[in-house]
Design a protein around this ligand. Sequence first.
Ligand SMILES: NC(=O)c1ccc[n+]([C@@H]2O[C@H](COP(=O)([O-])OP(=O)(O)OC[C@H]3O[C@@H](n4cnc5c(N)ncnc54)[C@H](OP(=O)(O)O)[C@@H]3O)[C@@H](O)[C@H]2O)c1
Length: 507
Amino acid sequence: MAATIVNPLREGLRLSRTPEPSTIVIFGGSGDLVQRKLMPALYNLALQRLLPGSFSVVGAARQPLTDDQFREELHRAVGEHSRTKPINEEVWKSFADHVFFIATPDERGYDQLSRRLDQLDTELGTNANRLFYLATPPGAYEPIVKAIGAHGLRGRTGWARIVVEKPFGHDRESARALTELIHQVFREDEVFRIDHYLGKETVQNILVMRFANGIFEPLWNRQYVDHVQITVAETIGVEERAGYYEQAGAMRDIVQNHLLQLLALVAMEPPAAFDDKAVRDEKVKVLRALRAIADGDVARSAVRGQYASGFIEGAAVHGYREEPGIAPASRTETYVALRSFVDNWRWEGTPFYMRTGKRLPKRSTEIAIQFRVAPHQLFSREASEGLDPNALVLRIQPDEGVSLKFGAKVPVQGIRIRSVNMDFDYGASFMVDAPDAYETLILDALRGDATLFTRRDEVDQQWAFVDPIIAAWAASPGPPALYEAGTWGPAEAEALIERDGREWRKA
Ligand SMILES: NC(=O)c1ccc[n+]([C@@H]2O[C@H](COP(=O)([O-])OP(=O)(O)OC[C@H]3O[C@@H](n4cnc5c(N)ncnc54)[C@H](OP(=O)(O)O)[C@@H]3O)[C@@H](O)[C@H]2O)c1
């Protein structure tokens, strides 16, 4: 009899990726995030057969919807926002049969939710394993978390976890208070704070690049790296998010979370294992070593800007203060540039330049490791005119990939050197669509793997870094420096890096 050949690696992979029977309870079930991100992600997981056999989704919000109304809304939303099109109606139907809605406007609503969850456990065999997802405005977190505790929503058996959307707090103090609140009902290892950047394939690839290869790590330090530049550039303006953005600004919206997480991944030491504790222990060490930009240093090492009117891809666009819902004298920053250092053995003296902005000329998130020039210039200055320093660029979005810039001889008589790029393109190399970050993160949360979620001490250090800068800006009399939409930010940002004899990359 022929034996079945099982590839142990694949088998292990499949088994380890399949979560246990469970229910996901989404507070804010009728909101925008659910329609644009969470449901398309869950549907795509169903399509890839990555959801457990016994599974249900329960949406909750204050305004009532019937199960059928909820399913219809989601069907429309998934049709519009799914990365795979068109909807596979057969998969949708069997998925949607396990989707329900309960209104929770008051205590009675939570009681009803509790009963419904118990009932679904019995009917579907979901074993009282529950993933709670807070997809409401942050103001609703407190009553919801308290209700989860008071109404016994965790269930008597099974596991319980909670996913919390960004922003996690408004400053260090409120983030600590939010953690304390959540800890009244969940242990820290049950808390999954989302930074969706960490779910992106190319962000995870930073770790793979660094730690699965032998060639980069020996160079990854102050001896060989001149400086690091991290850019998160957007072409879009504030769009419909005026209410949120006026309170947040670029510092809270991008720097406090995404940008500092990218910095931590690039600068961290090799973890002892690829697990949630080891990886997050190393990231938090970087965040602790990140030199504060405080008081007197803010003017030199931090720049804030705000976009004025201009042109994006040839089309005229309004300035920030002319956008709907924005105060005409708003001082909210739409651009931030920073210069800091990671004060540890590996990076002593190596500047990390970070910038983010809206209405910049190009949508681009990248990390550039710029290496020192060769120690001795063998070739004449004239021959080397076209030579830039070596740079390894990790492109996070769009056009995900990695490129290495180095000097090559121009094929003419005599020596003439020009910089060329060796390029790795994710899409072209693997010929598959990368999963959406939310697919990766929801699956990890269902499996209980918190590696790609931020721990309380990371969030705390991130706020500790940005709070003093925000405070200094709030105390300074001047508004942010204006920059024309469609340019790379205010002149002050150019000056910040040029003072060090360096320049921003044209990302
Ligand atoms: N939209 C995005 O792309 C995006 C991206 C990143 C992060 N986020 C974060 O995700 C969260 C949700 O954003 P959103 O854009 O989806 O907001 P939204 O469209 O305003 O939806 C909010 C949802 O929360 C529900 N809700 C409000 N108060 C509630 C309460 N006390 N109990 C239960 N449900 C309640 C609302 O329904 P009822 O009014 O009927 O209760 C609605 O379903 C926010 O924290 C946001 O910062 C959103």
